[in-house]
Design a protein around this ligand. Sequence first.
Ligand SMILES: *Cc1c(COP(=O)(O)O)cnc(C)c1O
Length: 339
Amino acid sequence: MGLVIDIPAIQANWKALAAHAPGARAGAVVKADGYGLGAARVAPALYQAGARDFFVALAGEGRAIRPLLGGDARIFILSGHMEGEDLTGLTPVLNSAEQFFRDRALRPRGAFAIQLDSGMNRLGMEPAEWAAIRDEALAAGPQLIMSHLACADEPEHPANAAQLAAFRAMTDGVAVPRSLAATGGILLGPEYHFDLVRPGVGLYGGLPFAGARPVVTLSLPVIQTREVMPGESVGYGHVWTATRASRIATVAAGYADGLARALAQDGKLRLWAGEQTCPVVGRISMDLITVDVTDLPEVPPALEILNARQGVDALAACSGTIGYEILTSLGRRYARTCL
Ligand SMILES: *Cc1c(COP(=O)(O)O)cnc(C)c1O
């Protein structure tokens, strides 16, 4: 019952993605608390599997996992050197000339990496900005030069080749390890791999890594079942009305647990009882979801909303979002078990 996280599956997904990029080191992105699954469990497991290069968004996330990893692990901070941050033991990815000069002033011998903007226009130095500080930056000994792809989950998108060309134009001939690919970029092929790849969502069972092993099972305890007569309605707004004598199960999770109200918007959301599916009926409320279990011979103690058949991307499709958002929204109230 609750949220079951398959740690060996995460390790297997890391190894599988690393095997897709045999010429590169495989890092691991564990930002947003390991995509919602618990960085304190996930990062050491990935270290054990062989990862030595970890990426998080914020320095605080890096400080939280630093004591859990061996001294040979590098923890890259994607937001770079923000004012007032303690970056002891961490490697900021400097995103602008401003960050570069701040970092060099405060940590003249501190480890750092550089992010270049190859066309996503989100983080990283623009080509002209890079050209202006390039000699000084290279003299300071960056550990990595990286950029990020905007459209890697769409292999045919012309932005992929354009970003690859822009990244090469800014970095070819530079004697520093380079990194461009996240999960999607790994699957685009070897010209995107460079020296280090940065898989995130694929480790946790999400698209675009279609070959991922499923990682999460989420089963919601049934609190109560009731019989509902034809014409009776269920839940807030009475938006669902029984057209037959129905049995309704009420399970213990809702939008406060990251199961967005919009998941029930088109009436396609299903929960699983073994091999059988049961439609969610009525609105998702803060702590509760109501499910039509009329067709089950027997109501089990819990119903699954995430499992090998209905993964994070299938669930995401119900509300028009992506698996990443389902993972990083997973609530704090679930009983969590790691396999
Ligand atoms: C989040 C992120 C990643 C990981 O991306 P996935 O699509 O989850 O594999 C890699 N690099 C950067 C810069 C990121 O922000």
